[in-house]
Write a protein that binds this ligand. Structure first.
Ligand SMILES: Cc1cc2nc3c(=O)[nH]c(=O)nc-3n(C[C@H](O)[C@H](O)[C@H](O)COP(=O)(O)OP(=O)(O)OC[C@H]3O[C@@H](n4cnc5c(N)ncnc54)[C@H](O)[C@@H]3O)c2cc1C
Length: 340
């Protein structure tokens, strides 16, 4: 499975940023309901056969094999100067033999990108047995960090749902205390606790990927309103920048990125210290090129692997425009099928 969008040598029209790249206060009130409806339809994608889902998911996935993942990282750098963080799809592993397999795959992936200065990796602790045996998971993660350090590679610990936040931050701290500096963590602005986590982590000056968080969480622990999450994300960004931390802002929301750039300017932050991350396949080509031209680091999350279904469903459900693109593809198929 190959990504077609990011293989295009010339920037694509970025209709989504035109449509949504505005501050929330400027959005018409009716859009809230529209988005909810679209999300409802997107959720009903679960009844579609896997083969059909795969067609819609293909722009978001680099392929099923390590070679396809690495080739995508090479291609997007060659064609569009984008950096990558490679991810082996898979999470919440229940059997030790699968944990072993992910551990081996991460080591191989590091070997394969050792010569690519523009690529690093993201790992999921649940794929390394976090939920089965935390001590064993720490040993395996340490092994991966040591291997990555020898190849001068950075490793990001992805953040999963809120039931794993304590454990993930604990493991992160332990690894930093053991002296590993080539490791970073992810914080999710939708969680109320994140403000406190940012404070508690300050002395470590962690390298943080900051995002809103993709997992739906209960109102007891998380904000439910996306605009609130995004404003919170910007507040957290400012706090961490003020603490001298490197933050990779992971969002596709154009107004958020522009607001972050405004904050950076206000703080006299050099552009080369700013990093924006986005997902492979989300159509943001012109914005990405603009940022790169301004000297900002733009890194794409490049997932590959056979376990593409859960990841893809989360992405498709999270993207309210998915229905629009499905209808567009279908109508394109209906009206243009006779041309070939
Ligand atoms: C590099 C990267 C790493 C991430 N790592 C984590 C992690 O470790 N843990 C975690 O919980 N979450 C992670 N996320 C997911 C993140 O938390 C959000 O759920 C996701 O990025 C969508 O939020 P948004 O800020 O882009 O805002 P949204 O409001 O969701 O999106 C903003 C705009 O982008 C469009 N858009 C968003 N997604 C898509 C899509 N798939 N296809 C087409 N258009 C889309 C929306 O339609 C909207 O127009 C990561 C995201 C990125 C970019």
């Amino acid at each position: 499975m190959h990504s077609h969008r990011d293989s295009s040598p010339s920037p694509q029209p970025d209709h989504l940023s035109e449509q949504w790249g505005r501050a929330p206060s400027q959005l018409p009130a009716s859009e809230g309901l529209g988005r909810r409806l679209q999300r409802f339809f997107a959720r009903s994608l679960r009844i579609l056969p896997k083969g059909v889902v795969r067609i819609f998911a293909s722009p978001y996935i680099a392929g099923e094999t390590l070679e396809e993942g690495v080739e995508t990282a090479r291609r997007i750098h060659r064609q569009r100067r984008l950096l990558s963080t490679l991810d082996v799809l898979g999470e919440d592993v229940a059997r030790m033999e699968d944990v072993e397999a992910y551990h081996r795959e991460y080591l191989q992936l590091i070997d394969q990108i050792a010569e690519l200065p523009y690529a690093n990796i993201s790992i999921k602790l649940s794929a390394l047995g976090q939920l089965i045996d935390e001590e064993d998971c720490i040993r395996r993660t340490e092994d991966i960090l040591a291997h990555a350090a020898r190849a001068e590679k950075f490793v990001r610990l992805d953040m999963e749902d809120s039931s794993t936040t304590d454990s993930t931050l604990r493991i992160y701290r332990i690894l930093r205390e053991k002296g590993y500096d080539n490791v970073g963590v992810v914080l999710q602005s939708r969680l109320y606790r994140t403000k406190d986590d940012v404070e508690a982590l300050k002395p470590l000056k962690p390298n943080v990927r900051l995002c809103i968080g993709i997992y739906r969480e209960p109102a007891t622990v998380a904000m439910q309103d996306k605009d609130e999450m995004k404003h919170h994300m910007l507040e957290l960004l400012r706090t961490m920048w003020e603490n001298g931390q490197h933050v990779a802002l992971a969002t596709h929301e154009e107004w958020c990125i522009r607001e972050a750039l405004r904050i950076a300017e206000e703080m006299h932050k050099p552009t080369e210290e700013i990093e924006v991350q986005m997902l492979l396949g989300v159509p943001r080509n012109s914005l990405q090129q603009e940022l790169i031209d301004r000297g900002i680091t733009v890194r794409l999350y490049v997932p590959y692997g056979r376990q593409w279904y859960a990841y893809s469903m989360r992405r498709l459900e999270n993207n309210p425009e998915v229905l629009h693109s499905i209808l567009k593809s279908l109508s394109h198929g209906i009206f243009h099928s006779g041309e070939n």
